[in-house]
Each structure stands twice: as structure tokens, then as C-alpha cells.
Design a protein around this ligand. Structure first.
Ligand SMILES: N[C@H](CCC[C@H](N)C(=O)O)C(=O)O
Length: 281
């Protein structure tokens, strides 16, 4: 089977996007997604994203497979890429156009901005141990600055779900973290029954933080949108940052706001198409 695809990235977090509007199920299997994402034997990417028909009153449905074939609930950089992909498919790019996208994390609404960026209402964060999920605290308790032993060191971690699970720890120097060695130890730690995305945050000033990330199902990526949102929520919960914060990732910057008025998180950033092609499965 030959599939047509478009390659997009959000701050270097890169995805293969597939027009799946003619089928209610993804036309590529998780096993095929692993092959497609391989950077030597396939197209190369952090994941595969499908634009499926909308349901329950939404315009489209987003499904995504990580590069290890697992299916996460949501992807922040990915949904900005999807919004751009949809505008390209529909042959129009309307400033302030908002798409209603059905995801496994609920209905998410990306809005096209005049400067070409995309602003996304990411919904409300989930903070109890049961909602992450994690066994680090009792089910109905929040997980804020809790000790977690990883690689012979005790880390103070705060857990936030943005539809997908995140573990955030604040460090003096995010560049000094040996992500290659410890990222997978966090991801597969037994206190995270659905694995975890882990963010290492250096707060430069109250409205500016640096972030590095080890993603569940993808490893080290250049950016993580849901992770940036979760990190600002964790920063506010730990009184380390403002509710409106710039997050600098290796691939670029995102503007994140955790609204004090409606408890929703907003993410604004770029998303770009880099090439299109056909791939033989
Ligand atoms: N690897 C993540 C999904 C992609 C999230 C990230 N790429 C983003 O931009 O939010 C997970 O399994 O939860």
C-alpha cells in the first residue's frame, strides 16, 4: 500500500501527518507507525498523526501513535501541526479560524493566529494521583514536590496530567541532566502504571523557564507541548513561576498561560510543514 503524507514539526517535535478523512480508523497500524518513524529505514519522526472525520459535533478527530507505536491521549505540538495540516487540506488559512478536534483527552480547540502561530485551549489540568495516574500519593491527593528515587538520587517531583501524564522536576541547570541515562528510568518507574513523560525545568525568571524532556513512547524530543503546559502548572503549584510563562525548549519557545479565571491552560507556538511525499508500506 502506498500512503501520501505531509511532514510537519512543532519546534522540532516532528510528525508524519496522514489525511484519514475517508475512514473512521487509522489506515496505518501501530507496528507500521514504528517503521514509518524510523529515521534510517523510514520517513523519520516522533510520531504519526491522523486527521479522521469529526464525531460528537467536532470538525475532525485526532489520533496519534508515538514512534514506539503506543497511542497517547494528546499531543500539544502535534495538534498545532494538525491545525495547519487541516488548513492546507481545506485550501484556506483563515486568521482566528478555530477547529474543534476530538481527542482521547477531550475536545481541543486550536485557533489560527495572524502571525502564523497556533493558539490552543488545552483544557483544564488534572492534579490528583488517580488522574495522572500514579501511586506516588493517595488517589485523591495532589502530587506536589514528592520525593522519587531514580538512578540513586532523590528527586522532588510534581505530577500533572494534560490528558497525558507528566512528571516535572526543578533543577539548577537543565543542560546538565544526563537525559540519555535517566529518562527511561523515569518513564518505566513502577509508580507510573501508564508510564510517564518527564520534564526537567530550570526557572530562569518567574516568566521564563528552560525545559528538557524525555517523552513516553518517543524518548528525547526537541519539544513537548503538553509537557510545557504541565511544567507551567507545576511551576505555579510550587510558587516558582508566573501563570503566564515563556518555555524555552531545545527546538524553540512556547507561550503558556494557566488562566486564574477559568483554570484552563493556553499554549501558543509555531507549526510548519517541511515536505510531502508518498511512502510504500
Ligand atoms: N509522547 C507523549 C505524546 C506526545 C506529546 C508531545 N509530543 C507534545 O507535544 O505534547 C505521550 O506519550 O504522552
Amino acid at each position: 500500500m502506498v500512503i501520501e503524507f505531509s511532514k510537519y514539526h512543532g519546534l522540532g517535535n516532528d510528525f508524519i501527518l496522514i489525511d484519514n478523512r475517508h475512514s473512521a480508523e487509522p489506515i496505518v497500524t501501530p507496528e507500521q507507525a514504528i517503521q514509518i518513524c524510523d529515521r534510517h529505514f523510514g520517513i523519520g519522526g516522533d510520531g504519526v498523526i491522523f486527521a479522521l472525520p469529526g464525531k460528537e459535533g467536532t470538525d475532525y478527530t485526532m489520533r496519534i501513535y508515538n514512534s514506539d507505536g503506543s497511542e497517547p491521549e494528546m499531543c500539544g505540538n502535534g495538534i498545532r501541526c494538525l491545525a495547519k495540516f487541516i488548513a492546507d487540506l481545506e485550501g484556506k488559512s483563515e486568521v482566528n479560524k478555530t477547529y474543534k478536534i476530538h481527542t482521547l483527552a477531550g475536545v481541543i480547540t486550536p485557533q489560527m493566529q495572524a502571525n502564523g502561530y497556533v493558539k490552543v485551549d488545552m483544557g483544564t489540568p488534572f492534579l490528583t494521583a488517580a488522574e495522572i495516574p500514579t501511586t506516588l500519593s493517595t488517589a485523591e491527593d495532589k502530587v506536589i514536590a514528592q520525593p522519587l528515587e531514580v538512578a540513586g538520587k532523590t528527586w522532588d517531583v510534581t505530577c500533572v496530567s494534560t490528558g497525558n501524564p507528566h512528571c516535572i522536576t526543578f533543577v539548577e541547570n537543565s543542560d546538565a541532566i544526563a537525559l540519555e541515562q535517566i529518562g527511561t528510568l523515569f518513564e518505566h518507574h513502577p509508580v507510573f502504571p501508564q508510564r510517564i513523560n518527564t520534564e526537567f525545568i530550570q526557572v530562569v525568571k518567574p516568566d521564563y523557564m528552560k525545559m528538557r524532556v524525555w517523552e513516553r513512547g518517543a524518548g528525547i524530543t526537541l519539544a513537548c507541548g503538553t509537557g510545557a503546559c504541565a511544567s507551567v502548572v507545576a511551576g505555579v503549584l510550587n510558587s516558582k513561576c508566573d501563570r503566564f510563562c515563556t518555555v524555552e525548549l531545545p527546538g524553540g519557545c512556547l507561550q503558556i498561560e494557566w488562566s486564574a479565571t477559568n483554570n484552563r491552560v493556553y499554549m501558543t507556538g509555531a507549526a510548519q510543514q517541511v515536505f510531502q511525499g508518498k511512502y510504500s508500506l
